[in-house]
Design a protein around this ligand. Structure first.
Ligand code: BDR
Ligand code: CA
Length: 307
């Protein structure tokens, strides 16, 4: 069965992704790493530990990067609540995080289990970028990698052009996208926004249900973002696409992150032009960057049914 490392910034939809993964008998979460993003990393770590306890996930939890590679920390409590779990984080966790960093954990596990582990990154990519510094051969040691991030041909969700995970650490995302990962899939807003969950999805859960409780804050944010009731399960869709690649269709391309734009810093870009053989126009993104797959459509009914 599939064995994976989850790197996350819980985060309400991160929490839902852990629920989704825990419910899947066909996978094993080998380790969890946390990262700054939705909330500061200490809070993300406490939340990961709380969720692991609540869900009975025994995997070690390593605390990751507290800040982006090259910019100040920015968090998103307006989307996920002051505690990152919509006000329902609750008591302090009983368990504690391990002593190695999340980046060290990724590098160590990848070396020990070459080409056996999958990586699901549903927060900013700082830890993965740091793991590449520790182990430059990481792209050949990881089996499949699925990253949640980017808005290619749709508006961003944190600025008009940038999606939150890539915006939180653009330099890290750019490094990871060009690191040569063997099998890299990007699940961005093009496919998550198009497959949002309707308000009825939440209404079907009893008031006492913890998922319903934590999703309330998130649904309030996304209700106003979508203009109708509902929420966007970004991270669960990335998890589902890792487990079942045929849930989505993809374009293959070379990707970069805009690092210098006045309005576009953090935006995912690709040269999507069709250029005929011998065309005088060069490729903007270059021909040597790593290739990745970007999800462009998904079977939303099948996914939401699973969720
Ligand atoms: C991503 O950013 C965070 O708010 C979510 O947890 C998700 O990983 C969506 O843009
Ligand atoms: Ca996340």
């Amino acid at each position: 069965s599939m064995r994976l490392i989850v790197d996350a910034d819980p985060g309400i939809d991160d929490a839902l992704a852990l629920y989704y993964l825990k419910a899947r008998a066909d996978i094993e979460i080998v380790a969890i790493g946390t990262v700054h993003g939705n909330v500061p990393v200490r809070q993300a770590t406490a939340n990961a530990l709380r969720l692991a306890e609540r869900l009975g996930i025994d995997a070690p939890v390593a605390m990751g990067a507290a800040r982006p590679l090259a910019q100040p920390l920015k968090t998103a409590e307006d989307v996920h609540g002051p505690d990152g779990l919509g006000g329902y984080a609750g008591d302090e966790p009983q368990r504690s995080h391990t002593t190695e960093s999340a980046a060290e954990q990724i590098a160590r596990l990848a070396r020990k289990n070459p080409q056996e582990l999958d990586l699901l990154a549903i927060g900013p990519l700082t830890n993965v970028a740091l793991a590449l510094q520790i182990e430059p051969n990481l792209p050949n040691l990881i089996n499949r990698t699925v990253v949640m991030g980017g808005a290619l041909n749709v508006p961003g969700n944190i600025t008009s052009h940038a999606e939150a995970n890539f915006w939180h650490d653009p330099e890290a995302a750019d490094l990871v996208l060009d690191a040569g990962f063997e099998d890299l899939t990007i699940v961005g807003l093009d496919v998550t926004m198009a497959n949002h969950a309707p308000g009825e999805w939440l209404d079907a859960l009893p008031n006492t249900n913890y998922v319903r409780q934590i999703l309330g804050f998130y649904a309030d944010f996304y209700g106003s973002f979508l203009g109708k009731s509902g929420f966007v399960p970004h991270d669960p869709l990335a998890a589902a696409i890792l487990l079942e690649p045929d849930l989505a269709t993809y374009v293959e391309d070379r990707f970069a992150i805009e690092l210098t734009g006045t309005y576009t810093r953090g935006k995912l870009v690709a040269d999507q032009r069709f250029l005929a053989e011998g065309s005088p126009f060069g490729r903007d993104i270059g021909t040597t960057r790593s290739k990745a797959k970007y999800a462009v459509s998904a079977d939303g009914a099948r996914f939401l049914d699973q969720l």
